[in-house]
Design a protein around this ligand. Structure first.
Ligand code: GLA
Length: 376
């Protein structure tokens, strides 16, 4: 067991460059995001990891085979950014790949796992996202994708542990080989699906990507495997990137919180609207996501309505209802049956209104809408 559970007793929270910026990243951008995380108050809400995704490396390793930051994009190196992040109370994440190359074709960690883990530890890195492109499956004759993934993620995980620096390992093999079945103890989070698209229902999305709805549909079935120290990762957030209606954006965030997903913001924090901020900074939803019991909601579906139940530490329960149909629906909320115990009060996480519970209630749910309450 190489992945120390303590590093991710609750789902990691922060920001990642990929969804909004793709490979177009540089050190000034990272510094600006760092400042916004702190000044906007998001860091205080828990968004502490600033994760640099693909595109940070030079095309070649150096003479000692070490990874080198791209001299044009990161002229002053990564270690300095890590120092700056730490001085601000943030953590710095970086990206590499199990294969010979990253998905952008830059140098991958295959055969260099020990050296790369040492390099990242020396730089003061706190989080590694390890991708799954250009994996030389031919080097593992007769082995399944799952077996190869266990070997390669095991190697980087062991190498990271040997450095003695606590680094979170984020496995990014898109659900290949069903990582939820075996990744606990190797990694702290594991992607369960292909890449997310900035679209709720998936109209005209890039080939190979999945809509928010499709990802939810799959990830929700894996609730048994999430818990303190290891989390299902339904991919980074698209809230604030423009492809979702306000209702869809609220649903995306609420569903990820009910699923105890890592919350990695994926929009340009420097120009975010108040609406976006109000969604991602919702304290009640963040508390549900970060609840120390670490349970991913169990989900029941009836006629296009999804009922989500997430037990919380201290005896309260988070209850949600999501309308995945194209018409307004009326949901019957049988609070006590869902909570599995006597409950007297419910607080709506969006309006913050608290009401007494007397029997079950009928609520109307707009298309794409997710209503969430904390009941106790
Ligand atoms: C893969 C990952 C993405 C991102 C890109 C970078 O597609 O799943 O999250 O890291 O690679 O190239």
């Amino acid at each position: 067991m190489s992945a120390v559970p303590d590093l991710a007793l609750t789902p990691p929270m922060g920001f990642n460059t990929w969804n909004h910026f793709g490979g177009n990243i540089h050190e000034t951008l990272i510094e600006e995001i760092m400042d916004v995380l702190v000044e906007s108050g998001l860091a205080n809400l828990g968004y502490r990891y600033l994760n640099i995704d693909d595109g940070w490396m030079a095309p070649e390793r150096d003479a000692q085979h070490r990874l080198v930051p791209d001299p044009k994009r990161f002229p002053r190196g990564i270690a300095r950014l890590a120092d700056q992040a730490h001085a601000l109370g943030l953590k710095l994440g970086i990206y590499s790949c199990c294969g010979t190359k990253t998905c952008m074709g830059l140098p991958g960690s295959y055969g260099f796992e020990t050296l790369d883990a040492e390099t990242f530890a020396e730089w003061g890195i706190d989080f590694l996202k390890q991708d799954w492109c250009h994996v030389p499956f031919d080097d593992f004759p007769g082995k399944s994708h799952r077996e190869v993934a266990e070997v390669l993620y095991g190697r980087i995980s062991d190498a990271m542990e040997k450095t003695g620096r606590g680094m979170v390992l984020s496995m990014c093999n898109w659900g290949d080989g069903e990582p939820w079945l075996w990744a606990r103890g190797i990694a702290h989070m594991w992607r369960t699906t292909p890449d997310i698209a900035d679209s709720f229902r998936g109209e005209n999305i890039p080939q190979g990507t999945w809509s928010v709805l499709r990802i939810f549909e799959h990830n929700r079935t894996l609730n048994a495997y999430a818990g303190p120290g290891g989390w299902n990762d339904p991919d980074m957030l698209e809230v604030g990137n423009g492809g979702l209606t306000p209702t869809q954006a609220r649903s995306h965030f609420a569903l990820w919180c009910l699923m105890a997903a890592p919350l990695l913001l994926g929009h340009d924090l420097r120009t975010m609207t108040d609406d976006t901020r109000n969604i991602i900074a919702n304290r009640a939803l963040i508390a549900i996501d970060q609840d120390p019991l670490g349970v991913q909601a169990a989900v029941d579906v009836q006629a296009g309505l999804y009922y989500l139940v997430k037990p919380l530490a201290g005896g309260a329960t988070a209850i949600g209802v999501f309308n995945a149909t194209l018409e307004p629906q009326e949901a019957v909320m049988d609070w006590e049956r869902m909570a599995g115990r006597a409950v007297r009060w419910r607080t709506d996480v969006w309006s913050e209104r608290t009401e007494a519970i007397t029997g079950s209630s009928r609520v109307s749910v707009a298309p794409d809408e997710t209503l969430v309450w904390r009941v106790w």
